[in-house]
Design a protein around this ligand. Structure first.
Ligand SMILES: C[S@@+](CC[C@H](N)C(=O)[O-])C[C@H]1O[C@@H](n2cnc3c(N)ncnc32)[C@H](O)[C@@H]1O
Length: 276
């Protein structure tokens, strides 16, 4: 099974089955995560030059560009950016996109007044180098506002599938604390230290719990494609996949209420200013 290696290589993950799953699930994910847009974009005004880090299929870039008139989305995933670009063109939205690693991209100095990210900053090989590079692209005093997941214990929905599937999928990749991945920013003190060392001031990291929901009918497509278990499921023969999905579905029963799947997103809302 190739999946454990896949999680150690972000380029391959997001340009391969991980990115494709996000492309195919774009509508589902954008609807699911839409309650996170207001806290991310609160206070953004017209004329601000925005950078959207790890912008994926572009929902946050389009929303930011709608407000400010100027947003550059950066991402390493070519298929996700292709969809983002198509969405901007068909909506006549001014958002622009670049396919590059935000940790190393050669940003022109003083290019951005606002830097935002919805779950796109937890995958850097060297987060301090990445945020120092982002500081170089930012104007002095530029604002940064990021959403990142808190820990697995605060986000039982996000680890429900792997916990339920563990007896049948012993090769599932282990989550290593601090390693690039969904929960890499779980430790707020570590994130604070990274940002401070990388040239960011006025750092605030506060918990934000946002209720999310999707139709019950979306749960199976979600489980079959997304997260570590979704990626492994795609490699299983049809019969095995169906049997495992049925077992997983039972484990999610506590999250199903009145035809909807409901859970809180336990996030950090991370704010900082580029050091002058
Ligand atoms: C969890 S997805 C979030 C996508 C998007 N922000 C959203 O909310 O829909 C994480 C994104 O980060 C991108 N990413 C991972 N490492 C990156 C890097 N070093 N530079 C730029 N983007 C990166 C991935 O390709 C993926 O699109």
């Amino acid at each position: 099974m190739t999946t454990p290696n896949l999680f150690d290589n972000q380029q391959r993950l997001w340009n391969g089955p991980g990115g494709q799953a996000w492309v195919d699930s774009q509508q589902l994910l954008d609807a699911l995560f839409s309650p996170l847009l207001p806290p991310l974009l609160q206070g953004l005004g017209a004329g601000a030059r925005v950078l959207d880090i790890g912008c994926g299929t572009g929902a946050t870039s389009l929303a930011a560009a709608d407000i400010s008139g100027d947003c550059l989305g950066i991402d390493i995933s070519a298929p996700m950016l292709e969809l983002a670009q198509m969405r901007a063109e068909s909506a006549g939205n001014p958002a622009r996109f670049v396919c590059a690693d935000a940790q190393a991209h050669d940003f022109a100095e003083n290019s951005f007044d606002w830097l935002i990210s919805r779950f796109g900053v937890m995958f850097f090989a060297d987060p301090q180098a990445a945020f120092a590079n982002l500081r170089r692209g930012a104007a002095s005093g530029a604002r940064m506002r990021l959403l990142a997941w808190r820990g697995a214990e605060d986000n039982p929905f996000m680890v429900c599938a792997e916990r339920a599937a563990a007896p049948w999928l012993p090769a599932l990749p282990l989550r290593r604390p601090g390693a690039p991945g969904q929960f890499a920013f779980a430790d707020a003190a570590r994130v604070h230290g990274i940002l401070q060392a990388a040239g960011w001031d006025d750092i605030g990291i506060r918990p934000l719990d946002v209720p999310l929901s999707m139709p019950e009918a979306a749960l199976q497509p979600y489980l079959s494609r997304l997260g570590p278990v979704g990626l492994v499921l795609q490699q299983l023969p049809e019969e095995e996949r169906a049997a495992l999905l049925a077992r997983l579905r039972q484990a999610f029963e506590p999250f199903v209420k009145g035809g909807r799947v409901e859970f809180p997103a336990a996030c950090w809302l991370i704010e900082a200013r580029a050091r002058g």
